[in-house]
Design a protein around this ligand. Structure first.
Ligand code: IVH
Length: 675
């Protein structure tokens, strides 16, 4: 490859700067200035230039992806050990901490501290040499961790280069990798659909995502970073934690939210209280508040204890854990038939919330933790997530506890239960299992799907039990009269619900795709599909290869999407929804491997009494890109004939135009979908 021209180098440098700037706006500040498609276009331009010139900058965003999986992680020694923090469990203990430091420094002067949330994630060290990210390592035992550089580089908010006039020769920046609670829940939902084991909390999800030998998996997980500390460094010149945080911010590193400074114990306690109050509104799990002496010189004079610095402490929020007894284990059947064991507990208050049931995830988990009915267990509540059993208190066993086996038949519909191949989930194979059907309808109407206000779980159950809905399409057949017969409905609430149902017909394609409950298709995959297909009809008869052309969509999704849109019953339902007035907008559409519609460019004429109502066949043809005309001409490609065809058939024959039945029309569609 010849040397790149000066112009190419300049353009590449310019694009890298621009993309890194927009990355920061998007991932750290959460205020993008350009659209995803504009970003993608710039990215593609850079990638093309890099490929044609062979010139790739070390901080190019293209360096964040595409490394082959590792065999195992290399070990990495930390230049400065990554210590842990001392804990305080009450405000008194915080007071004690402040007094201790003053005593140690033999000073009556009030000390200045920084106060920041303690992120519940995975500690990481980022080593920058000459401004470039050289290595990222986990904490490990504090002295030696694992080299996770490839994985960490996939996290877009982590700068690959420190873009500043005064770059330290060396700096080890420490921080916490974490996953937002929403993201953790969405990930678990997808995993449940895939029959994969659940992560117990956002911390485990973050740690599991970072410790992946295949960095392309890490790249799919939405991870974040909060930088809070400094390890080994040369020529930094910071004199305090506050100054360091300011420098981090100026250099586009994400830092903990709500950091402030406090002097004296009263201010500390006020700030701690504030963070504790805000805790439930954070998008991430915080398990406490970290209080650090601000001045680096004072930190140095205070020094270390064996495993922790003397100059900092972590005020820990009351644990969201409790001890209680399992009095029964029942199973619930989900939308896709997955059978989840649920423990019914003696009610216990955990972090101010009464907990009386907890998920046991699956039978592998029950076996691994050896959970039995009658057991005394430790239960944990993470965020707003369903509580789960952490462990069994085996010392409390009396011998009367019972092991729990997976059911061999579905407790709801009596169909057989099968273990998923290669997975951990047991599944009811009944096609008409009422639990599955109800769960599907609940999903369809739920907030992140079609968002039908008033159609919550309780009302779905009620409508289902009264036989008013047996499928989600029945939602659109409900009238105010139907609703008024039901307990809890009055004039206004019935009208509101019918109005909300009507409104949902104007939803977006991505929401609708998600609401269909196609296996493995979560919100993210639905968005990607909507980006690439303008209308639902463009997905009809789609082939797996077409879906695989979409970045980030894998084989499993391609297969289930294709299967769904090749199933005539599904397509009939979609068409019926259209006749009921479903109109989907698609703000996500950006173009992509838009499938050519199978009947594109063909003209049809219908004659005779057809196998289906004429309007329906017309819709069918048009939804697949074909045109229906009223009279036969040279431009006609096919005449679709039913019983007792009229003169149109004669004319068609005289012009040698093919005549086909409705069944043959479907065959034509199939054939043309294969092209
Ligand atoms: S400062 C010398 N600040 O908590 C230790 N740690 O329990 C300096 N953590 O290992 C740590 N948020 O993984 C600090 N704002 C924060 C933190 C934080 C979370 C983690 C970190 C540390 C652990 C100690």
């Amino acid at each position: 490859m010849s040397k790149p021209s000066k112009d190419t180098i300049l353009e590449i440098e310019h694009l890298v700067k621009k993309l890194n700037y927009h990355c920061y706006q998007y991932y750290v500040l959460d205020s993008p200035e350009i659209s995803d498609s504009e970003y993608d276009a710039l990215y593609r331009k850079l990638k093309d230039l890099e490929e044609s010139s062979g010139y790739v900058l070390p901080d190019s965003p293209t360096k964040r992806v595409g490394a082959p999986p590792l065999e195992k992680f290399e070990k990495v020694k930390h230049t400065e050990p990554m210590l842990s923090l001392d804990n305080a469990f009450s405000y008194e203990e915080l007071e004690e901490f402040n007094k201790r430091l003053k005593r140690f420094l033999k000073s009556d002067n009030e000390l200045e501290y920084t106060v920041e949330p303690k992120y519940d994630g995975l500690a990481i060290e980022l080593t920058y040499k000459g401004g470039l990210l050289l290595q990222a390592s986990t904490r490990g035992d504090g002295y030696e961790g694992e080299n996770v550089t490839l994985n960490i580089k996939t996290i877009k908010e982590i700068p690959l280069k420190i873009d500043s006039a005064h770059v330290p020769d060396l700096i080890d920046i420490r921080g916490e990798i974490y996953m937002d609670i929403d993201e953790f829940e969405a990930l678990n939902k997808e995993r449940a659909l895939n029959g994969e084991p659940q992560f117990a909390n956002p911390r485990n999800a973050a740690a599991g995502s970072v410790r992946q030998l295949d960095s392309s998996i890490t790249a799919k997980r939405k991870l974040h970073l909060a930088c809070y500390g400094i390890g080994a460094s040369e020529n930094t010149g910071f004199s305090s934690q506050w100054e360091f945080i300011k420098w981090l911010k100026a250099n586009r590193f994400p830092v903990p939210k709500n950091i402030s400074r406090a002097t004296g114990i009263e201010e500390i306690i006020n700030l701690v209280r504030n963070i504790e109050r805000m805790r439930s509104s954070f998008s991430f799990e915080a398990d406490g508040v970290v209080i650090k002496v601000n001045d680096f010189k004072l930190q140095k004079s205070l020094g270390m204890k064996t495993r922790e610095p003397r100059w900092a402490t972590a005020y820990k929020f009351p644990a969201h854990q409790g001890v209680t007894r399992i009095h029964e284990i029942m199973v619930s059947v989900g939308r896709t038939g997955t059978i989840t064991p649920v423990a019914l507990l003696e009610p216990v208050s955990i972090g101010g919330v009464t907990v009386s049931r907890s998920t046991l995830h699956n039978w592998d988990e029950i076996e691994r933790k050896d959970i039995r009915t009658g057991d005394t267990v430790v239960v944990e509540r993470a965020g707003d997530v369903i509580p789960h059993v952490l462990s069994v208190v085996k010392e409390k066993r009396t011998g009367k506890e019972n092991r729990i086996l997976p059911p061999s038949i579905c407790p709801v519909c009596g169909s057989s239960v099968e273990k998923e191949e290669g997975g951990v989930a047991f599944r009811c194979i009944g096609l008409n299992c009422s639990a599955q059907v109800q769960e599907h309808i609940k999903h369809y109407a739920s907030r992140s799907a079609m968002d039908i206000e008033g159609m919550g779980d309780k009302n779905v159950e009620l409508l289902f039990s009264k036989g008013l809905i047996r499928h989600f399409i029945d939602i659109y057949r409900l009238t105010t009269q139907d609703l008024l017969q039901l307990p809890g409905f009055a004039d206004k609430s019935a009208r509101n619900l019918v109005h909300a149902i009507e409104k949902s017909k104007q939803s977006s394609l991505s929401r609708f795709l998600y609401s269909l409950g196609i296996s493995h298709v979560g919100e993210y995959a639905s968005k990607l599909l909507a980006k690439n297909f303008r209308e639902i009809e463009d997905l009809y008869y789609t082939k797996p290869e077409t879906i695989l052309e979409i970045k980030h969509l894998g084989k499993k999704i391609a297969h289930s999407v294709s299967q769904f849109f090749n199933d005539q019953t599904n397509l009939d339902t979609l068409k019926e929804l259209r006749t009921m007035g479903l109109e989907l907008s698609n703000p996500d559409f950006e173009s992509g491997p838009v499938q050519k519609r199978p009947l594109e460019g063909l003209t049809f004429v219908l004659t005779g009494t057809l196998a289906k109502p004429r309007k329906e066949i017309e819709n069918f043809i048009e939804s697949l890109g074909g045109h229906v005309s009223g009279s036969v001409s040279k431009k006609t490609d096919y005449v679709v004939t039913g019983e007792s065809p009229g003169s149109k058939l004669n004319k068609a024959r005289s012009l040698s135009i093919k005549d086909i039945s409705y069944e043959e029309l479907k065959q034509v569609v199939k054939e043309r979908s294969k092209d």
